[in-house]
Design a protein around this ligand. Structure first.
Ligand code: HEM
Length: 353
């Protein structure tokens, strides 16, 4: 989808947008996210330290694989897809010369294995639905009934969703945890917001869409981490015809890289741009062109809301169960993709609730 243009892009995009709008407020989707968050946090029970980036990746992969293919972390298929998916990602940015043993060749092989697995799941679903064994609530179930996409496009769509929803979301989670660790005032206010929401519910009651809508300060923290952390720094464009932009002419065929970081960290656009200050979003418009963490226009990220819900729900349980400090200074670095070099090792302190 990232490389498709014209009508193909439009067809894929329409499906993506309708999938997200159907799914995002569904209780099944929201409950799955929460269940996976609680499962990860329960696994920290006897730990004093965790590599947060690893845990965040586990979380975002388990959420997206459940959402897209209906698979849980316990199913053996999930582990195999994850292994192939990681090989696929390692070869994604590499010289596209098929030489056996190179990351590119491994990525091509891994993609073909994922494709066979997804096709097998599709086949199994078709035969099961024929026997009317109940309907699942995942993307694949909806995709099966879409007749504007070919079989290969459906497989490709599954891969796009995994790719789009995995690394970016987990990195943003790590960024939020890293930045909150350095801002006790923001952590305290956030904790209060989530305690208030929890106090209006039964102890083990699931969060719902109305609860999510009450997480105003959480949204501010996530927006600020997006602005300050710049998970996606730039996007790729190509001028398909001569484009006049202010006093410049961009000739047809030229590549253009709109660099979001340059705007997000410009103090003439965002006051004190080099400060992490979530409160700025109380007054600032989040939909303005000066804030584009999810891109813009006809390629704007269709998964933005899903990513935010995941992070908000994870924070809800994290804040009520743990306090944390970073073990070491582990500044995120962009090379060119943002990474925590040491995996963001954090010390945990269990809160009494
Ligand atoms: C923090 C999380 C995320 C960030 C920062 C992010 C950022 C972006 C950006 C900047 C683009 C635009 C790319 C371009 O213009 O060339 C994009 C596109 C896309 N994203 Fe996301 N994304 C996130 C989460 C997700 C999630 C959770 C999903 C899927 C469930 C997803 C799926 C996609 C897809 C399929 C596209 C291609 C859209 C198109 O070409 O029309 N993203 N994302």
């Amino acid at each position: 989808m990232l490389v498709a243009v014209g009508d193909t892009h439009k067809r894929l995009r329409n499906v993506a947008i309708s999938l997200v709008s159907i799914t995002k407020s569904k209780p099944e989707f929201l409950n799955d996210i929460e269940r996976i968050a609680v499962q990860i946090l329960n696994s920290w029970k006897d730990k004093q330290q965790v590599m947060f980036c690893e845990e965040a990746r586990k979380f975002s992969f388990n959420v997206i694989i459940k959402q897209v293919l209906g698979l849980t972390s316990e199913e053996p298929e999930t582990g195999k897809i994850l292994e192939d998916f990681l090989a696929f990602m390692r070869g994604l940015v590499s010289i596209p010369l098929y030489i056996p043993g190179t990351p590119y060749a491994r990525a091509v092989q891994a993609r073909s294995r994922i494709s066979s697995r997804v096709k097998a799941i599709i086949e199994e679903r078709r035969s099961r639905n024929g026997r009317s064994c109940g309907v699942r609530n995942d993307f694949l179930e909806i995709l099966l009934s879409v007749d504007t996409l070919s079989e290969d496009e459906k497989v490709s769509f599954v891969l796009d969703s995994l790719l789009g929803g995995y690394e970016t979301t987990s990195l943003l989670m790590a960024m939020v945890v890293h930045l909150l660790g350095q801002s006790p005032a923001a952590s305290e206010q956030l904790k209060l917001e989530h305690e208030q929401i929890r106090s209006s519910k039964e102890r083990d009651e699931f969060l719902n869409w109305e609860d999510y809508k009450k997480m105003g300060f959480t949204q501010n923290v996530i927006n600020e981490a997006l602005r300050y952390g710049n998970i996606v720094k730039f996007v790729h464009r190509k001028a398909l015809k001569d484009v006049k932009f202010r006093d410049h002419l961009i000739p047809s065929g030229w590549k253009v890289l709109p660099v979001f970081t340059a705007v997000h960290l410009d103090s003439s656009v965002h006051a004190d741009a080099l400060q992490f200050h979530p409160w700025r979003w109380e007054a600032q418009d989040q939909t303005c062109k000066k804030f584009t963490p999810f891109g813009g226009g006809s390629r704007c990220c269709p998964g933005s809301e899903l990513a935010k819900i995941e992070i908000a729900f994870f924070l809800h349980h994290l804040l009520q169960n743990f306090r944390w400090t970073a073990e070491d200074v582990d500044q995120p670095m962009a090379y060119p993709y943002v990474e925590f070099g040491k995996g963001l090792l954090i010390n945990l302190d269990r809160c009494s609730i």
